[in-house]
Design a protein around this ligand. Sequence first.
Ligand SMILES: [Zn+2]
Length: 314
Amino acid sequence: MKRIIILGALLAAGAVCTALGARQQPAGQGGPGQPQTPSASALQVDKIRDNLFVLRGGGGNTAVFITANGVVLVDTKTAGWGKPIIERVRELTDKPITTIINTHTHYDHVEGNVEFPAAVEVIAHENAAKLMPEMRPVTGIQTPGRNVFKENNGRGLPKRTFRDRLTLGSGPDQIELYYFGRAHTSGDAFVVFPFARALHTGDAFPNKGVPIMDANNGGSGVEYPDTLAKVAALPNIDVVITGHNATTVTMADVKEYSEFNRAFVEAVRAAKAAGRTVDDVANSWKVPERFTGYAQPQAARLRSNAQVIWDELK
Ligand SMILES: [Zn+2]
């Protein structure tokens, strides 16, 4: 009996650790992250081009794109990291931050929005713009359960949206926003910097691991590989910034990631057709050998995603 109680306590402690880990490093990023106090020095600055940088740490990867007239940011990390982002940008340029593009609704990509001047234009896909005021829980992970937009009377919410495609600027300053359908959420934007031949995927491609299929925010497991296949077909891109990876990757990796997700969707489809269960999939699925360098998936993530796909296959 005593043993059972101790085991229960350990399990409870583990659940809390998992929740804290999720708070610090959510969205499919292969394991709990270390708690980080927001500060500019905690943000790693990676130069991609003379006018394109990535700020890593504090949540999703933030792109900094310096144009003739000002700075465009892609994603703003978790609450408290907006000011450190501003400090780091100040080290790169004197130009004002004019625009924030949010790749999707998740807190670790949007909460920092509220820390920027109200004049900064916030742009997102129309579905993300509908979801952001709600800050719904994320399917399959512990979420902070706060709504920074409500706390700040709607400050930092997108006022400009797009449906299929949106062009910003021209020449070296041009940015193309694309929407290719549901995947991680129902509002995943893909941001292309044509002159830099660079792409920011957001969390539709978080890293080489099993993604979050966030049905609660409109995400789709069944459509996930097809959406990524469309991304992989974008021309003239040499460098890819993902949602959370520590380094940039290539379009070959995006294509492989589409195939990785297709392999999982097909495994779930086959299991369902064979009369097996979601738990069978969660307890047995392994990364196929042809996908090298992929994180071993956690059963909980597999179960959550298998359930999402299962429900869509009804
Ligand atoms: Zn996400």
